[in-house]
Design a protein. Sequence first.
Length: 115
Amino acid sequence: VQLVESGGGLVRPGGSLRLSCAASGFTFSSYAMSWYRQAPGKERELVASITSTGGSTDYADSVKGRFTISRDNAKNMVLLQMNSLNHEDTAVYYCYARVRDLNRWGQGTQVTVFS
């Protein structure tokens, strides 16, 4: 199982970024996927989740209306579109799946919102 994130970077407040997670080593279309983030000095928190078919999504209150999670089961990818970014969104963002009763994490991608 491998999860590889990309798309992080530096952005001004109010800006946008799109994160991607490329998955391999498992039947991607059978598993729910999530994005987590961890800010310096804070615990890792759930940002957004999407069911295996993409038919249902869920978001942390702090990102509702600004972030959108989606997936492309043909390409084994999950995306996180992040709009109206603010300083509180600065964190390392991780792609996550629970596959075969094991927690699987990507290496993370840094998102920094700076003035």
